[in-house]
Design a protein around this ligand. Sequence first.
Ligand SMILES: Cc1cc2nc3c(=O)[nH]c(=O)nc-3n(C[C@H](O)[C@H](O)[C@H](O)COP(=O)(O)OP(=O)(O)OC[C@H]3O[C@@H](n4cnc5c(N)ncnc54)[C@H](O)[C@@H]3O)c2cc1C
Ligand SMILES: *[C@@H]1O[C@H](CO)[C@@H](O)[C@H](O)[C@H]1NC(C)=O
Length: 612
Amino acid sequence: MLTAVLFVIIVALLVWLFKRGPRDYAPNPFAEDTCRPPKPLVTDKAARKKVLKQSFTAEKVPENLDAVVIGSGIGGLGVAAILAKAGKRVLVLEQHSRAGGCTHTFSDKGFEFDVGIHYIGELQEHRSLRVLADQLTDGQLQWAPLDNPYDVLVLGSPDSRRDYPIYSGERRFPDELKKRFPEESTAIDKFMQLVQVVGRDVRFMAILKMIPKPAAKFLIGTGLLRILSPFFKMAPRSLAEVVEELTANKELQAAFTYIFGTYGVIPKNASFSLHALLISHYLEGAWYPQGGSSEIAFHLIPVIEKAGGAVLTRAPVRQILVNEAKKAYGVSVQKGDGEVQVYAPIVISDAGIFNTYERLLPKEIQTMPPIQQQLGMMNHGQGGLSIFVGLKGTKEELGLKACNYWLYPDNNIDELTEAYYRSSREDAAKFSAFVYIASPSAKDPTWEQRYPGKSTLTMLTFVSFDWFKDWEKEQVGQRAAEYQNLKEAFIQSLLNAAIDVYPLIKDKIEFVDAGTPLTNQHYIAAPRGEYYGCDHDLARFRPEVCAGIRAKTPVKNLYLTGQDLFLCGFAGALAGAQLCASTVLGRNVIWDLERLRKKLEKESEMKKMKAG
Ligand SMILES: Cc1cc2nc3c(=O)[nH]c(=O)nc-3n(C[C@H](O)[C@H](O)[C@H](O)COP(=O)(O)OP(=O)(O)OC[C@H]3O[C@@H](n4cnc5c(N)ncnc54)[C@H](O)[C@@H]3O)c2cc1C
Ligand SMILES: *[C@@H]1O[C@H](CO)[C@@H](O)[C@H](O)[C@H]1NC(C)=O
């Protein structure tokens, strides 16, 4: 009986979700394959500037806009490009001097650094993320695979250091772990089984945000969601709890959980489901954008422009314009001492929930109960600190690899990290509970051509925003000496960690600087210097929260996109963009993309068969 009821409900849901496309009048953004053979990499600075740094003026605002997007992160550019492919004229406004949000790059002393793209999974040919990235850039964005192992977990202090290389491959990932933990093969198999069932089931997250609210309520209230979705069944369980059940081996527990740095919540506070999603994300390999991460925006922007839209920078939005009927109708942009109003029937925000609701909405709208209710569901994520190092020498000379190192001074990650967050800022700077080390230059096959004889390293760690709060009001570049000293202390301790991993860099350091949570506030408008937007804690995975935070906001004509709508990461923010575009267009663009994906896959199989 239950099976029959379930069956009917599933069929009804599927029909509802998938039938929508053809009935709708908005054109299908993925009606045809728009990929063209990739053009040569553009290295000319002026040519790149023309695309990535088009400063805002009132004259550059296109007429008769269909939508305006606040923020040019991948969530903002992504939704703008999808709408552009459906024929819409979209303006994207970015407060920083260059487009891209977390995907932007910057140069200092002749070195190029990227900010927030280190590796992305699920980009093998014909995977939906790859097809989406291809279509949104007309096939111009190219990807370079990392080495295999793509990660190395390093546990212990330098004198007791244990390295655990992590390999991609559904078989290889567990097999290599078993080589290191031969007595633990049952635990490893069980972990893999759970990861595969739970991690591949994130579609219900999208479904909850797309189906009518009463339908979502029904799924949650009846308990059907937990029966239908392994993701939501496991979502309330913490990563630490699940892993501790599988094994008592602390070293293996660390190997199962180290990648929590990709979303920033320590194992005891993280949802097992999110973690499983991340492990499956990288299970088939990891990629880096060829030509550096600014290539992402560089190739998305022309697609937006082709439909009559534009992406303008130095355009801080100060307020979302809302009329008496509580409908959004545009934004007000700061320009010099004055403001320029930009009108559009649809306003989309990629600026994150806290910025959008607490800073950009007029006061009387902010206090609306449904807005307050959504704000109450989310917390600020963990602050991050980044060290950028410029090196003399090629990757061969310095021994740098296209692989990430994750360092923890011991295998009791939860306790270490909590003690670290509780410590004073001076102590924290001397002893990081967590260090991520990677060489972006070593991952990019075009680097040597662009920056011969040079290399870069980036180190990341999490920090408490409170350690930096004292200097929040001071201007960038003019902060007090104590702030510089604290930065310097973090630089020293993270450099020492990097030298331990890559000893050859020791005398080759030509440039080093640190970006603190205050830096993140300034350049990516992260309200508390967060790396990944709203916190990805257990509470965020309550189905009520997942169903409650939608592209459609309580303010008519105002929509959300990006990482706060779905999840962090290139893939997560783009999923947000797809949800937002679906809501705005009134058609399921995820399904549109899936149809194109299947067609392309079939065509490529046919070609192969003919050739063979
Ligand atoms: C250090 C770091 C490392 C990371 N590593 C990886 C990785 O290896 N792989 C991966 O997949 N993901 C990674 N991520 C996460 C990923 O980069 C982000 O989750 C994703 O890019 C977020 O996209 P978004 O569009 O939602 O937000 P953002 O990129 O933050 O974009 C929001 C934009 O809105 C702008 N904005 C805000 N307010 C206003 C306003 N009032 N007016 C105008 N503009 C405004 C901001 O300036 C910003 O450009 C990393 C992130 C960081 C910080
Ligand atoms: C973990 O969660 C608890 C309970 O919500 C919270 O008090 C604590 O600060 C969290 N720890 C970290 C490091 O986030």
